[in-house]
Design a protein. Structure first.
Length: 142
């Protein structure tokens, strides 16, 4: 089940985040930040996935999504993305963006299944690895 991350969840969330970035830390301040939103997915009262997104004026950006390896390929990532898409629709945000490593094929397949479209490549964004930027919604070059 999807839940909003609270102060009570900080320790477990920070433990999960060590798997994607040892410098990423959720604090009580970040939970209260007006632009940052944290959601998790619980199974048997245990958080097994986390997604952070930012609400930036008329758009949303998914900053990261992490599902523990034992729970991958069970639709949890899809459910978290569906939540963000619903939030986008209900808050009248016009698009959702995210970026992903070019080699992260599983994530790219998920985003494409959820109607995210590739809009650009950031060369060597992750050191020697490219990032692909995806968007769901309207795209206006400017």
């Amino acid at each position: 089940m999807i839940k909003k991350i609270t102060i009570d969840d900080i320790n477990i969330v920070n433990k999960l985040l060590q798997n994607i970035d040892e410098n990423e830390i959720v604090s009580s301040d970040s939970l209260e930040h007006p632009f940052l939103k944290y959601i998790g997915y619980e199974i048997n009262d245990e958080i097994v996935a986390i997604l952070r997104y930012s609400v930036i004026y008329d758009r949303m950006e998914i900053d990261y999504i992490y599902v523990i390896p034992e729970q991958q390929k069970k639709g949890i990532g899809t459910k978290l993305l569906e939540y963000v898409i619903e939030e986008s629709t209900s808050k009248k945000k016009f698009n959702i963006t995210l970026e992903v490593r070019k080699t992260n094929i599983a994530a790219r397949k998920l985003y494409e299944k959820m109607n995210f479209k590739k809009i650009l490549i950031r060369k060597n964004y992750y050191g020697s690895e490219d990032a692909i930027v995806y968007m769901r919604g309207e795209y206006h070059e400017g």
